[in-house]
Design a binder for this molecule. Structure first.
Ligand SMILES: *Cc1c(COP(=O)(O)O)cnc(C)c1O
Length: 389
């Protein structure tokens, strides 16, 4: 396998039985992804089915208050409500091109499950989603959505019955079904080649952002900011800017409640290197290397690991990774709603909160772009329960 590593992070730490399908995905990336036929079909799906290109929206009120120019990349306007559809349509199409008829995927909050089920339905593929039983209970509306879209939802009873266990089960299921099935992995993590494949498919976010801001202002942004769960919306925005030394790049992890020793979802800031789900990366773990439970008010950031390329970008210092607490994310959510008329996902609210909380880091009149990875309608229950209404 070539290019399986980002510095010392990444790799392909999987049982031997998983190597054949992973090599098959790697071969498809080499032979199918770059073809004109694939590009045209994917472009058509992204445009006519998912709703690309998404706008780059200027925030007049917040910009006036902050003293610099704030822009939002509107991935919240995509079909199924977040950036995840960029990845699932790409993987589903790639899988179909190499003769697969079925998709299997994990889901935590259910967002990736819904986006996978939608792509499978659109492309006429069978779909099975693995979801921890804890999450099946917590995220009932997304279970209904997946079923309406024709997916089977398999409730996972092992471990903590959440995302981490759903990934383990889905990988296991893939071993026995690999002839007919592609594993549509949901973020820029997991074994090689998933971090590279998901980055490739999500980079459309950064490419559009770049040309949209150039068209509007004639300049590159001074800073770009995205929340980091597994890291797919962030690496998708960052990738086309990594070589631009003058563009500051900021990833934002979820700090949880912020109490000392609290559960969090900030493995880059608070974790240590280790191996989980087939790659070496930064992880929340105890001194024996056992994975610690994660927590964030936003379900989409609630993962004890992070994509290996982020671990490397953190280590090299090219990207700065900050942290935002639950209550600051909620405050940013409310501020965007009232100031600009947009309900952001609580995940995306972490990225926005970083900018709102550190205005002194951004020069007057600079251009700052926040990736609005998803819409907040899914989070209304949490927001209402948290009060402040
Ligand atoms: C799933 C999700 C995330 C986190 O996933 P990444 O792979 O880190 O992008 C962020 N925002 C939204 C709206 C999501 O649904």
């Amino acid at each position: 396998m070539k290019n399986a590593y980002f510095g010392e992070f990444g790799g392909c730490f999987v049982p031997e039985l998983l190597m054949p399908p992973l090599l098959e995905v790697e071969a498809a990336m080499r032979d199918v992804l770059p073809t004109m036929e694939f590009k045209i079909e994917l472009e058509d799906l992204l445009h006519n089915f998912a709703g690309r290109p998404t706008p780059l929206t200027y925030c007049p009120t917040l910009s006036r208050e902050l003293g610099f120019h704030l822009w939002l990349k509107r991935e919240d306007l995509l079909h199924t409500g977040a950036h995840k559809i960029n990845n699932t349509l790409g993987q589903a199409l790639l899988a179909r091109k190499i003769g697969k008829t079925a998709l299997v995927a994990e889901t935590g909050a259910g967002q990736h499950g819904v986006a996978t089920a939608a792509a499978a339905a659109r492309l006429g593929m069978d779909c099975t989603i693995y979801m921890g039983s804890e999450d099946v209970a917590r995220q009932a509306p997304n279970v209904v959505r997946m079923k309406l879209l024709g997916a089977r939802v398999h409730s996972v009873e092992s471990g903590t019955r959440t995302l981490k266990d759903a990934i383990n089960e889905a990988l296991r299921a893939w071993i026995s079904s690999q002839a007919s099935t592609h594993y549509c992995f949901g973020t820029a993590a997991g074994p090689h080649p998933f971090p590279t494949l998901v980055k490739y498919l999500q980079s459309v976010i950064g490419r559009e952002t770049r040309s949209q801001l150039l068209e509007k202002t004639g300049k590159l942004p001074d800073a770009i900011v995205a929340c980091v769960g597994g890291g797919s919306n962030a690496i998708g925005l960052f990738a086309p800017f990594l070589e631009d030394a003058d563009v500051r790049i900021i990833g934002v992890e979820a700090a949880g409640t912020g109490e000392p020793g609290c559960f969090n979802s900030a493995p880059l800031n608070l974790g240590a290197p280790g191996v989980l789900h087939g790659n070496r990366t930064m992880l929340l773990q105890n001194n024996d290397g056992q994975i610690e439970p994660s927590h964030s008010i936003s379900a989409g950031l609630d993962y004890p690991g992070v994509g290996p390329e982020h671990a490397w970008l953190h280590k090299t210092g090219r990207v700065r990774y900050g942290m935002v607490k639950d209550d600051n994310a909620l405050a940013a959510f409310h501020r965007l709603c009232k100031a600009e008329g947009i309900l952001p996902a609580l995940e995306s609210s972490h990225a926005l909160a970083y900018v709102l909380n550190h205005p002194q880091e951004f020069a007057p009149d600079s251009s700052v772009i926040v990736n609005l990875s998803g819409r907040g309608d899914k989070d209304l229950d949490i927001v209402v329960k948290a009060g402040e209404m």
